[in-house]
Design a protein around this ligand. Structure first.
Ligand code: XMP
Length: 518
């Protein structure tokens, strides 16, 4: 792989994705990795990311200097560029000149391998207070900006390259070309990594891992579990049983989508567990968000364990192969974040419907462990899963249970389900699905306000629309939806859903608000 060495900014995953978009497989490693750790992974290229510190500060993240002796083509970006300069005998300084955001850069001479063929004047995205004041010996400078004499350099003989700006963000005009030039020209790597060969590779690997054992999988209706289940099914067919727990907190039409469309397109053998009564029974009288989440998580595990016991008994009775494996739709960002996280505050106890207890006597199959969400979608499409499932926006495991502010009851669920279906329909009809990361629709069940409809006074509940734009749900901004679309949604909801007499718009970014209300 190409290894992306993470210096602690938020850019590592973005860089890893850009590399894959260029058709080259990439993985992220922490900057603490030694030259030996890195060599052990047989990298074909290294990219050093940006980071929040100053390289000359005490305690600033460093890189084992021997990494530069490995002979692996290396691209330094921003902080990574400065680390390269400093480690190899150049000079990094704070000149008091900062550059943030769109900046004019001038390419010097032919730009070297990584800037070859690009316009002499271009717009690049900068974010730095320090700069490389002097390039190390043996390096040629390829670009400058108003504040920075050394904004890009290379040492072709040692196959070391660097840019002060961020080529991975879309605001850098020729950013992706810098990454591609590094991969294809400097490192000589072909663009041969794509979803088709991921499927072939995974199918083979799963067959090998499973043998003739049986496998179960928890389907949530979301993208990740739908794709991982279909991938495993492609590998081992009816050795797999998928289990779908209907907890009564699903959106309108969701269960049918899984039971009909998904099954029809994939041929997966599916068991649905009807657990709405149990879930709603345990949720009765509960208003605290964390408590709701805990109850839903616990009941999900109980429901799943029960089916699993039944299936194990059934397998025994038939005298067939034992059930030994469980499929999980873990994605690469989960793997990276749980491996490298230092003291991240627990804002909400996230409950993944795939997130089953550790003490299960099963081995895990996680065929999406190395993939990003957009890659998972591409694979899902290739496997023939309907767009309505593959293109779905994220939906939290606890479902509508955390979108009713107040106690969760059947009646309130029905109200919210109708309002949510209208909002989803209208947003899709207006062609806004690509613009919106997700749009939670929230029922303020304990709030009432006075309204007037026809000739009568109403005393109903508000519905909140929470459309957000985001790259990864860690931060988000509220989406500026067209007024006419908002107006249509509002009219339809207040006309068609009795009990709702007001529709309000949430215009808070994250932070300070989270995406969900609970
Ligand atoms: P917040 O509300 O924390 O949400 O800004 C960030 C993203 O996570 C989703 N979310 C969940 N997903 N189980 C999940 O699988 C959960 O318990 C859960 N809670 C929030 C939320 O929809 C958003 O995409």
């Amino acid at each position: 792989p190409v290894l992306v060495v993470d210096f602690g900014a938020q850019y590592a995953q973005l860089i890893a994705r850009r590399v894959r978009e260029a058709g080259v497989y990439s993985e992220i490693v922490p900057h603490e990795a030694t030259a030996a750790d890195i060599a052990a992974k047989n990298p074909v290229g290294l990219i050093l990311t940006g980071g929040p510190s100053s390289v000359y500060e005490e305690g600033a993240p460093r890189l084992d200097p021997e990494v530069f002796e490995l002979g692996v083509p290396t691209l330094g970006i921003c902080y990574g560029f400065q680390i390269m300069a400093q480690t190899l005998g150049g000079q990094v300084a704070n000149t008091g000149l900062r550059e943030y955001g769109a900046t004019d850069a001038t390419i010097i001479d032919d730009g070297g391998v990584i800037l070859a063929g690009q316009p002499t004047e271009q717009n690049v995205w900068m974010s730095h207070g320090d700069q490389v004041a002097r390039a190390p010996e043996g390096f040629t400078v390829h670009a400058r900006t108003g504040a920075t004499e050394v904004a890009a350099f290379s040492n072709d003989e040692k196959r070391l390259y660097g840019v002060q700006w961020h080529p991975e963000v879309k605001h850098s005009d020729y950013g992706q070309q810098v990454i591609e030039n590094f991969l294809h020209k400097a490192a000589g790597l072909p663009a041969d990594w794509n979803s088709g060969n991921v499927i072939a590779e995974q199918v083979e690997r799963i067959r090998e891992q499973v043998g003739d054992a049986r496998v179960i999988s928890a389907l949530s209706g979301g993208v990740d579990s739908a794709v991982s289940t279909a991938l495993v099914h492609k590998a081992i067919g009816d050795q797999l049983t998928a289990v779908f727990v209907d907890h009564g907190l699903l959106r309108k039409g969701e269960r049918e989508q899984v039971e009909k469309d998904y099954v029809a397109s994939t041929g997966v053998r599916l068991i649905t567990v009807d657990a709405a009564d149990t879930f709603l029974g345990h949720l009765a009288g509960v208003t605290d968000p964390e408590e709701k989440r805990k109850i839903i998580g616990r009941e999900f595990i109980r429901a799943f364990e029960k089916v699993q016991r039944d299936l194990v008994e059934e397998a025994k009775a038939e005298g067939g192969a034992p059930i030994k494996f469980l499929v999980q739709g873990t994605l690469y960002p989960d793997v990276v974040e749980s491996g490298g996280g230092t003291g991240t505050a627990n804002i909400k106890s996230h409950h993944n419907v795939g997130g089953l207890p550790d003490d299960l006597d099963f081995d895990l199959i996680e065929p999406l462990r190395t993939l990003f969400k957009d890659e998972v979608r591409a694979i899902g499409r290739e496997l023939g899963i309907p767009e309505a499932i593959v293109g779905r926006q994220p939906f939290p495991g606890p479902g509508l249970g955390i979108r009713i502010i107040g106690e969760v009851t059947r009646e309130r669920l029905d109200i919210l389900r109708e309002a949510d279906a209208i909002a989803r329909f209208e947003l899709s009809a207006a062609g806004l699905d690509q613009e919106i990361w997700q749009c939670p629709v929230v029922l303020l069940a304990d709030v009432r306000s006075v309204g007037v409809q026809g000739d009568g006074r109403t005393y109903g509940h508000p519905i909140v629309l929470r459309p957000v734009s985001s790259e990864d749900a860690m931060t988000a901004d509220w989406t500026r939806l067209p007024y006419d679309v908002l107006s249509k949604i509002s009219n339809r909801i207040t006309n068609e859903v009795s009990e709702v007499n007001r529709v309000v718009l949430d215009v808070t970014s994250k932070p300070p608000g989270t995406i969900e209300w609970e």
